[in-house]
Design a protein. Sequence first.
Length: 463
Amino acid sequence: MPDLAWQQCINPKCRATYDVGEVLHQCPQCGNLLDAAYDWEHLPVPKSLADFEQRWSTRRNPLDFSGVWRFRELMPFAPAEKVVSIGEGQTQLRPSPTVEEYVGLQTGRLHLQYEGMNFSGSFKDNGMTGAFTHANMVGARRVACASTGNTSASMASFAAALGGIKALVFIGSGKIAFGKLSQALDYGGVTIQIEGDFDDAMERVQQVSRQMNIYLMNSLNPFRLEGQKAIMYRVLEGLAWQPPDWVVVPGGNLGNSSAFGKAFAELKQLGLIGRIPHVAIINSTGARTLSALVNDRGLEWNDGNVDDTIIDEYYAELDKKGIRAVTLASAIEINRPVNLKKALRTLAVTSGVVREVTDEQIVDAKAMIGRAGIGCEPASAASVAGARKLREEGVIAADDTVVCVLTGHQLKDPNVTVNYHSAQGEAFRAAFDKYGVKNAAFRNAPIKTRNDLNDILAVVEQS
């Protein structure tokens, strides 16, 4: 749909536009981020979000089965024959009385959007179907990403499922959980481990992609974020199309929060929702760039006129002091989030907030999520820890409807879980000291006993 969809610079002083068929990482004129933009007046848009329910009865159609493309009228950049789908987005919005009580909300007010049910085990599949669809439109045969793990797993999974596409993964040294690395390796991704962290890998993959004409799959790609909008469409679907009061999401590279803000702004513009929820973005204290810039230094969207000086000075201080991101929530261990400005826009559009939580708060929240029968990776639990903090501050009210996004599956990073519950003494300190975790408040350690029936019966009796 070349006349009805295009790419547009988010910088109000530029606003340059580019054809939807061009492969761009950033605006060639000013270097800012790009949006996928649409001529909504001339596109077929449903009169009500409930109209999408009709597709529940036509799920044999792969597009209608997809939890992303069944909402295709809200991301109309690709013709149907170019869509690439592996059945992504079969996720759940789950209530949880256990987590609800932990956060401090009234009965029926908390919902967990569990994205670990995607094929690669994380929310990234929502974005990858969008990015691979665009890659298919432009005929790309090589794709690349920098990753803390989930992006590489999803990208390699899509490339393997399609066949004939080479996936190149850039990771930092020792900066990826084995559960995630095993996926990229198993799916045939060519994994390049460089000295440095995610931010270093992100810089290099952009350079390599430009010089070798490789299609970049990181969330700089505006079509990645188009797919991630669908997470919020499914949240609304799970709430009978009524917006919650709050959406709480972990903040790493800030792709999700950026996509959510765009989704809500468009839905409001189209008259499909009456109000926009607040979005709360939660950093780890060990990777607190957005929190530092917004809460400490007053950085804001300002109608797109972002004060780059504040950002540049902060990054210069990180470099001068040699500060690297350090958090056991490896998926959000990022100092230079590429979607920073789009996240600022989300905060403005949704009257949102930024908070940071400690790694100890994250693993405790993760344990409580586990008690609810849902397994998530550490970064996911930042949303619940953040909701609890906002409730304690009185920012979130007890009767607010709150959705916490759980971004990835428990088995993405099982070492953290096992160490939290079973490691003690020196082993516990070795695993957690550098992250500031001194205590496992909700430890559920294995009970050791002799191989003797009476001893075993005694343990069972007491448990």
